[in-house]
Design a protein around this ligand. Structure first.
Ligand code: HEC
Ligand code: HEC
Ligand code: HEC
Ligand code: HEC
Ligand code: HEC
Length: 333
């Protein structure tokens, strides 16, 4: 019995060639090909590489000496030169508080996991910080200068999704058939089809003739946080109402950058972001004098063109204008 026990202890040690998270860091990818491929294709793996990020970090360093603050989340501990790594999440056991990416890592300890299968050739610690919204909120809650104040963690804590126990992981790290995915999709890295699917799952859109008016109604049905949330001043999301083929009214959902009473293009010129997202359950109504036909469309662009221009980048960085969802009357013919 004792020998069998010893053998069981030794086999895992040999197979892993070391058992702590830190000792295995270079080798996670070799044994976990699916997780590694998804992570590599995610925005997390390249969080410190986008042209918009690189240009903005320079601005932030010049204006606020905040370059290191930015990198705390975009190139965090346990990661690579390009972004987050396996250990960033799988060796983390806590943080110094939300808002600056200051994760506490225990690289000499076990690999943190949702649950223990008993098949891992390395030490595993189940549950805890890895499966909590606090892990995500270490970075998805920003308490920085100017408009860099973002509240997804706080918004989620106050939500009905949180009351049901539905974490960020549950909505963003589960793919088909409930399997874990390491490529959480958002508004930057998703394909056009993925962004359409994600955003249109968050809202319901209708347009109707009411007396002399055409009225568009956009209702937020996603209840984890507002739509959009996070870095909403780095996105363009808006609702257009078209009557007889021309846009007659527009309502913005993405945030706008303000310096006093003036709208500005660069975050480093702004003292705040004015949020215009839809809280869970909120209805946004846009109306205009009716015509024979009306059409309402929720539209999206990856970055606001004015931001891309102010940073001196290729206008193509803003990405195409995407019709996320449209509704019309009297209805398609
Ligand atoms: C507390 C963590 C944190 C800090 C600090 C932080 N960010 Fe971010 N940043 C994020 C998160 C999380 C996202 C994704 C949010 C979303 O998609 O809504 C993001 C998204 C972005 C994006 C859009 C994605 C891209 O790569 O194009 C840019 C640009 C960006 N941040 C720049 C900055 C700059 C510049 C600073 C420093 C002034 C900074 N960030 C500081 C967490 C942080
Ligand atoms: C942003 C944080 C984060 C990063 C980065 C990350 N993981 Fe995960 N990983 C998680 C979370 C959270 C779970 C548990 C998800 C659940 O069960 O809901 C998980 C689950 C897993 C699982 C078990 C489920 C499965 O897919 O079989 C493996 C294995 C895994 N991760 C490996 C990796 C590897 C390898 C890397 C680096 C290439 C990595 N992870 C990077 C957060 C992360
Ligand atoms: C020598 C191969 C090997 C290496 C190296 C390795 N793992 Fe694993 N890991 C496994 C196997 C086998 C399992 C059992 C689950 C399975 O069968 O897929 C597992 C399980 C896990 C789980 C789920 C917990 C459980 O009990 O099943 C997580 C999370 C995980 N590994 C993360 C990592 C991370 C992060 C690294 C790098 C620090 C890493 N692994 C390195 C082989 C390896
Ligand atoms: C160490 C900091 C950090 C942690 C921890 C973290 N993220 Fe992120 N996340 C980021 C940054 C930075 C970005 C923006 C990357 C970019 O687009 O350049 C981001 C982007 C995203 C996006 C948007 C991707 C896209 O295509 O626009 C989603 C969704 C996301 N994270 C979900 C999660 C979830 C869920 C968790 C918790 C399991 C988590 N993140 C943990 C830093 C973090
Ligand atoms: C009930 C499901 C649900 C929960 C819980 C949830 N989200 Fe989301 N999330 C969504 C949906 C749907 C969208 C797309 C609509 C939008 O952009 O808000 C989204 C969008 C995002 C985006 C990309 C664009 C944006 O709006 O910022 C990020 C980043 C993100 N969520 C992070 C988080 C984090 C971090 C948590 C936990 C603190 C969380 N989410 C909890 C459903 C959820």
């Amino acid at each position: 019995m004792r020998q069998a026990g010893l053998l069981l202890l030794l086999i895992p040690a040999c197979a892993g060639g070391g058992r702590s998270a830190g000792e295995l860091a270079e080798r996670c990818e070799g044994c976990h090909e699916d997780a590694a491929a998804e992570h590599a294709a995610s925005r997390h793996a390249v969080a410190a590489t986008s042209p918009v990020f690189l240009a903005l970090v320079d601005e932030a360093q010049r204006s606020w000496k905040a370059g290191a603050f930015c990198l705390g989340c975009h190139r965090p501990a346990g990661g690579t030169e390009a972004g987050l790594g396996c250990l960033t999440c799988h060796a983390a056991y806590g943080n110094l508080g939300p808002g600056d990416g200051a994760l506490l890592l225990d690289e000499g300890g076990p690999v943190r996991a949702a649950a223990v299968s008993g098949r891992a050739p390395h030490e595993v610690a189940p549950g805890g910080f890895l499966v909590s919204a606090d892990l995500c909120g270490t970075c998805h809650q920003v308490e920085g200068p100017g408009p860099f104040r973002e509240g997804p963690l706080d918004h989620w804590r106050a939500s009905s999704a949180a009351a049901r126990g539905e974490t960020c992981q549950r909505c963003h790290m589960r793919g088909g058939e409930g399997a874990v995915t390491h490529r959480p999709v958002g508004l930057v890295g998703g394909s056009v089809a993925e962004v359409q699917a994600l955003l249109s799952s968050a809202v319901r859109l209708s347009v109707a003739r009411e007396g002399d008016d055409a009225v568009a109604r956009l209702t937020a049905v996603a209840d984890g946080h507002p739509t959009p949330d996070g870095a909403a001043f780095l996105r363009a999301v808006w609702l257009d109402l078209e009557v007889d083929g021309a846009v007659v009214a527009t309502s913005w959902l993405s945030a706008r950058l303000m310096a006093g009473a003036r709208e500005v293009a660069l975050p480093t010129e702004a003292d705040r972001a004015e949020l215009r997202g839809l809280a869970p359950g909120e209805v946004r109504t846009v109306r205009a004098p009716a015509g024979a036909r009306a059409r309402a469309c929720l539209r999206f662009q990856r970055y606001p063109p004015a931001l891309v221009e102010a940073l001196g980048l290729d206008p193509a960085e803003a990405g195409p204008v995407v019709d996320v969802a449209c509704a019309e009357y009297p209805g398609p013919t």
